[in-house]
Design a protein around this ligand. Structure first.
Ligand code: ADP
Ligand code: ASP
Ligand code: MG
Length: 815
């Protein structure tokens, strides 16, 4: 004999009921089958809602009733086209009885636990009747047996306790003489010893099935539902969760107690007592393996953590005070008080100082608990021995569960560091002595993120999802998007990094998608986008609360750079090619470095110097490995290099600068490049990376421009002065030429001092032949005293800048 239980979603429509019937027919081929059914999907909630409306004198209860009536009538119409009058009459009479009950509740303005049970029992009674009659109409040998005639309980309404002696007797007696192939039993409903209608608690149909399975010592209990087993985490919240093949009874119990709703917690015990295996299966995908819960699990050492669960809407209560220290009996009184109020404690921690005790209960019990505890400890509170109880709500518990966790070190470390890295604040921690469970209390709105990062950490070790938010969609931004699109699959496969762009903004509009923006048509999405603002962008990134979030600044805007500290404080990494933050005041630079350290969040800006060339990275590696930099000699301006490579006595300076600007090698305002300020900022950043405490004013910048050039008010004016001062530039050229030198704009950092300026570079010097818009940096160090470590290559351009940004993003992924 087998016991199968089908949940609400499995009997939610004619289609799924047909599927249930086909499963039952197959199962009953060679043995008798008992089938426990829930109410039609969603009906229990609807009944409760109708009852509450009626109780609060809200006439909408009538419409709520009609909706319940419609669902059931529609089911019999579809399932039993040729129905006899008796069937219709039974259903109509039952619905009439329900209607009368609701009318009564409306009149007396009351909904007691006892009446609640009566009200909710209609769900299972109707569904079991309709399913049985459908089978009979198809000549299947099925009968219904009302569980209220089998399961006996006490009078603890809404969650009655089973009286097993009587219950087991009833079940055994009935099934001894039952002849039908299939017996349909309504789950959840029961009857007290005094004959009152009771229920086993929300989700209790699973328990009904377990009780019957145990009473009859069947060979297997099957729980059929809408998912293919007990998953590694709630599949509705974690897309990558997958079914766990095997679980021990203890693991299953722990998972269900800590929120894996797929199994009602008390279900496991009766099966465990008799060693009856439980299978969890999917009604719509019966071919899938599902989960087996038994005592014979193979030791799967792969992951000591079997599942991650969550219970939402928890309130955390803290009882504290110096009067608690060393005085026995506080906890006992506290828990007795809660027990008297029938408040279930889900979570407890106590610091070893005994100065405070902290416990988690359902939000809805919080007020009741406060009143009861403050009353029970009134005396101690008035003597200031303890404080009035503290309540924090809006919290959730998340838990890692697995039998084998105790044999592995460092699991809690991994759990908490993963949460910490993602800025998930932990309010309290508990670990059972069995080490089968490590739980933490966090904010409700962090649950989805927490489950996903933990799932990634413990079950998908391999892929790490990065959520990128880009501000500034110009040339470089577009190139970065192209590169991410192109490399997406490769990165996922080779580096196990899943890079998604979850938000983008230009100065006018911004778009977001928490599942990643579709990169094939991102541009068209801007048409319907919301107006952008830096505050709005920040708020949205924080609200989305996605794991491994990275803010990427591809602007040259000071306003944007002012937001970095806010992002870092939310543990959101910052990647910037904007160099304003790193070359602004030292205090600000230092503050950002410190935030990055204290929030353990990356702040990367490799592209601040030499675009995609690994200059900052190389310097950081030299310093980190203990080398000492004695000097840095560099050409750091692609624009100036381009200008001086093309300027000669056969061209003129004005036209050469114009051309550089036209080809995109200068800033929109070429004065920033030609004045040397851009190079000064870059050498300043390198000096700071080397440990130098410096401001931009400390950099010796002797300009090769004339007073008139420097004093020009606008870009147009500037060009005019360049034309007027052509002779000055020709003189610079001629001087270099006579010495057989090239003009190069050089930055130098030596003995803690930095300077930038135009120099005449002799033939043979590594700078002499530097072409086009290339950059070169020579690091002279203790380990490279004569032959410097040289980094050289294209130092400007959208493509290489984008790839530098991309490299920073991937670096975060590899961390
Ligand atoms: P039924 O109506 O069949 O009793 P339930 O709604 O009670 O179904 O339980 C199934 C639901 O449990 C799933 O749809 C899923 O949303 C939820 N659930 C939560 N945690 C888990 C988990 N770890 N594994 C599977 N399902 C889970
Ligand atoms: N119908 C009841 C509920 O929704 C019992 C069950 O489905 O297990 O809680
Ligand atoms: Mg259920």
């Amino acid at each position: 004999m087998k016991v199968l239980k089908f949940g609400g979603t499995s009997v939610g429509s004619a289609h799924t009921i047909n599927q249930v019937i086909s499963i039952l027919e197959k199962k009953s081929d060679n043995e008798k089958v008992i089938c426990v059914v829930s109410a039609v999907g969603g009906i229990t909630d609807k009944l409760l809602n109708a009852g509450r409306l009626a109780q609060s004198k809200n006439k909408d209860y009538k419409e709520a009733f009609l909706a319940i009536q419609r669902s059931h009538l529609k089911l019999i119409d579809t399932l039993i086209p040729k129905k006899n009058k008796e069937v219709v009459k039974y259903v109509e009479d039952t619905l009439k009885e329900l209607k009368d009950l609701l009318d009564g509740l409306f009149l007396i303005n009351e909904l007691s636990p006892k009446t609640t049970d009566k009200l909710l029992s209609f769900g299972e009674l109707l569904s079991s009747y309709i399913i049985t009659e459908t089978m009979k109409s198809r000549s299947i040998y099925a009968e219904r047996k009302n569980a209220q005639e089998l399961i006996v309980t006490d009078s603890n309404f809404t969650k009655a306790n089973v009286i097993f002696k009587d219950t087991n007797e009833n079940i055994k007696t009935y099934f001894k003489s039952a002849n039908q192939d299939i017996t349909i039993v309504p789950g959840f409903v029961s009857r007290s010893q005094l004959g009152e209608i009771t229920t086993l608690g929300r989700g209790g149909s699973d328990f009904t099935a377990a009780i019957i399975a145990a009473a009859l010592k069947v060979i297997q209990l099957e729980i059929w539902t809408d998912v293919s087993g007990m998953f590694t985490a709630n599949p509705k919240l974690v897309k990558h969760a997958y079914p766990i093949k095997q679980l021990s009874y203890q693991e299953a119990m722990e998972l269900s107690h800590f929120g894996a709703k797929v199994l009602y917690p008390p279900t496991v015990q009766p099966a465990l007592d008799l060693n009856i295996p439980i299978q969890i299966k999917n009604t719509l995908k019966p071919e899938e393996t599902g989960t087996t819960i038994s005592s014979e699990i193979e030791l799967l050492t792969k992951s000591p953590v079997k599942g991650i669960t969550n219970i939402n809407n928890i309130a955390l209560l803290t009882l504290q005070g110096s009067g608690m220290v060393g005085i026995p009996g506080f906890s006992k009184r506290l828990f007795e008080t809660l027990a008297q109020e029938k408040i279930n404690i889900i979570f407890i921690t106590q610091a070893s100082s005994e100065h405070s005790i902290c416990f988690g209960i359902d939000n809805s019990d919080a007020d009741k608990a406060k009143v009861a505890i403050d009353t029970a400890f009134e005396n101690e509170i008035s003597l200031h021995k303890i404080d009035p109880i503290l309540i924090e709500d809006g919290l959730s518990i998340i838990a890692l569960i697995g039998d084998n966790m105790k044999n592995f070190q460092g699991i809690s470390g991994k759990m908490f560091s993963t949460l910490g890295k993602n800025n998930i604040n932990i309010r309290a921690i508990a670990q059972g002595a069995s080490e089968r469970n490590i739980s933490a209390v966090i904010n409700n709105n962090d649950v989805k993120k927490a489950l996903n990062v933990l799932h990634e950490r413990f079950f998908e070790v391999k892929t790490k999802q990065l959520n990128v938010f880009i501000v500034g969609i110009g040339n470089v931004g577009e190139k970065l998007i192209d590169q991410i699109t192109q490399q997406h699959n490769f990165l996922k496969k080779k580096l196990k990094i899943d890079v998604r762009i979850a938000g983008m903004a230009n100065s006018r509009k911004m778009i977001f998608n928490e599942d990643g923006i579709n990169l094939n048509d991102w541009a068209s999405q801007f048409h319907y986008a919301e107006k952008s603002s830096l505050q709005g962008f920040f708020n949205k990134v924080v609200d989305l609360n996605l794991r491994n979030s990275i803010f990427v600044d591809i602007t040259a805007d000071e306003g944007v750079s002012k937001w970095y500290d806010n992002y870092l404080k939310q543990s959101i990494a910052v990647v910037a090619c904007n160099k304003i933050a790193c070359s602004g005041t030292y205090d600000n630079y230092k503050k950002l470095q410190d935030l990055s350290l204290s929030y353990n969040t990356a702040f990367l800006y490799e592209t601040n110097v030499g675009a995609g060339l690994p200059i900052i990275n190389t310097l950081n590696n030299l310093v980190a490995s203990g080398d000492k930099v004695t000097s840095i000699q560099a050409i750091l301006s692609g624009s100036l290099n381009f200008v001086f490579n093309n300027f000669s006595d056969r061209t003129n300076f004005h036209d050469t600068v114009k051309r550089a600007q036209f080809e995109g090698y200068t800033e929109p305002d070429p004065r920033i490049d030609l004045s040397g300020i851009d190079v000064a900022r870059k050498i300043l950043i390198l000096a700071r990376e080397n440990g130098g405490v410096m401001e931009i004013e400390d950099i010796d910048n002797k300009s090769f421009l004339t007073e008139a050039n420097l004093n020009s008010k606008t870009v147009d004016d500037f060009y005019k002065t360049l034309k007027a001062d052509e002779a000055h530039f020709q003189k610079l050229y001629a001087s270099a030429k006579t010495k057989n030198c090239q003009l190069k704009y050089v930055a130098e950092y030596k003995n803690g001092k930095a300077k930038v300026g135009l120099r005449e570079i002799p033939e043979g010097h590594p700078f002499y032949n530097l072409e086009g818009k290339d950059n070169i940096v020579m690091f002279y160090t203790e380990r490279y005293p004569e032959q410097p470590l040289i980094v050289k290559g294209a130092g400007a351009g959208a493509d290489v800048t984008a790839s530098g940004l991309f490299a920073d993003i991937i670096k975060i992924g590899n961390k």
